[in-house]
Design a protein around this ligand. Structure first.
Ligand code: FES
Length: 168
């Protein structure tokens, strides 16, 4: 009869020889151990992320002529690629002598934004994310980060993209 009872017991009881009366205490101790180890692991992970962000090198941008001044009318747009081929950007001529440019990739899920002239804002058609033309900040919708801005410099008649400013 005693052998039958032993057969029904799970295997782990052979190696975990704590009587039932103490099981609650043990499980609490195990929980505390788990929480402590988990906290240490998360702390180490955060230190690793922090160290990695400190060691990250600042990106290097090339200067690139992206438009001629006056090439687009006031309120008009021009698409160009910067800083690398395939990275689409949108430039808007907001006034006679004022140009702004942003990455065309929405900061939510990367749909292409377009300029809505009547509303004077950049709109993402995927989830109605709206961005300010003035500074690329989020006006509405799910995006939480502004559009990365292309820093422009004027050199004679040329508009030169000199770097990206992600606003971080
Ligand atoms: S991808 Fe632009 S709002 Fe979602």
């Amino acid at each position: 009869m005693a052998d039958r009872t032993k057969e029904r017991e799970p295997l782990w009881r052979d190696e975990f020889s704590v009587s039932k009366a103490d099981e609650r205490y043990v499980s609490r101790r195990q929980l505390a151990k788990f929480l402590t180890l988990g906290s240490i692991g998360m702390f180490a992970g955060n230190l690793w992320i922090l160290g990695k962000s400190w060691l990250r090198k600042a990106p290097v941008y090339n200067r690139s002529a992206v438009a001629q001044a006056g090439e687009i009318p006031v309120g008009g747009v021009k698409l160009f690629q910067y800083p690398n081929p395939g990275e689409q950007c949108i430039m808007i001529r907001t006034a006679e002598d004022s140009y702004v440019a942003y990455s065309q990739k929405c900061t939510h899920l990367s749909c292409a934004v377009f300029y809505a002239r009547e509303q004077n804002r950049l709109e993402c058609p995927c989830h109605q994310g709206y961005f300010s033309v003035k500074d690329g900040s989020v006006l509405q919708g799910p995006p939480t980060r502004p559009l990365p801005r292309v820093v422009l410099e004027r050199s004679g008649d040329q508009l030169i993209a000199i770097e990206m400013d992600s606003g971080a």
